[in-house]
Write a protein of this length. Sequence first.
Length: 386
Amino acid sequence: MSIPENWKVGILFSTSGVTSIIEKSQLNGSLLAIDEINARGGVRGRKIQPISYNPGSVVSRYGEMAEKLIVDDKITVLFGCYMSSSRKEVLPVVERRNALFFYPTLYEGFEYSPNVIYGGATPNQNSVPLANYLMNTFGKRIFFVGSDYIYPHESNRVMRNVLRQGGGEILDERYLSFNTNSEGFAKIAREILEMKPDAIFSTVVGQMCIDFYSAYHEAGGDGDTCPIASLTANEAEIAAIGTEAAFGHITAAPYFRAINSPANRKFLKAYNQKFGTLRDVTSCCEAAYSQMHMFAAALEEVGEMDTEGLHDALLCSAFDAPQGQIKIDPDNNHTYLQSRIARVDESGEFVIKTKVRRAIKPDPYLVYPEIHDQSFRTQKVVQSKP
Ligand code: ACM
């Protein structure tokens, strides 16, 4: 009897370079889901086989490697990318070649492609609740700082609009290049402290996030009284920043490792068994894990790697993710997600402070940008350890 051929999927996460800390966690999430799918017999009796390349956090390489996966390796389903600039490289490739691309990362919105399934939060799912929380808890004078590329520029444009609706004031808006040195981080930290904001909204990513938070602490910044708030700072980066420098800072995301639910405990147990640590379980890792499972369910239904067939099967499909139930919105290929806000405590762990009551419909074009929309009503969370 011949062994059935594997289902090959392409994976593009960087294991080196500026965003490797988070992309490794996304790779791990994908690989864990593949293990689980294969352990229960694969899809229609065939295993899923990842073909993985390392773009080294070099933006142009994501497009080149996507082309290689599709043309040379003959793979039509791809997973990958963290930075929006890398997604923008892959986008024309998957559209031209009619491949299906899963993107498990929060981003700035204002995009739709029939070839992309978006698994991370859009601004209405993270920025809007975060703006409310910051203004209600700390005050209305906010300083923006970001890495110099599309996600920070666009996210700040959206955040500026949302904050202004609630009477917020943006004190300044600064961007740091990817080759900023330690003096550059120290200088911006001093400038921020001189302006005495109520809070800082940071879209500084990857290794730069670690450098910036550390510089802020060294310059005398105090997360307790003037926190840095982010959509990306995650468990792996917070661990690298260190407990003292990370204390008090805030992140808005659909998932935190600290969620105390049966689905999350099961996920963490499986992750720990495979990788021997929970240090790098992040919201983007969880999104990558969930997207792989949703793909496998769609493939089970369709039975072939047909882009249109898989796309149709994915629309409206739901998954009991570690964050809670999620589903793909047939209106826009994005995902209904939970929305939480967490703060780093004295032991360096995120403690969830608020949670929006139900999964929020993705609104990538911010058609309904109302800051006081009822769907953003939050509930306070009294948290116990998972
Ligand atoms: C991002 O660049 N979408 C984090």
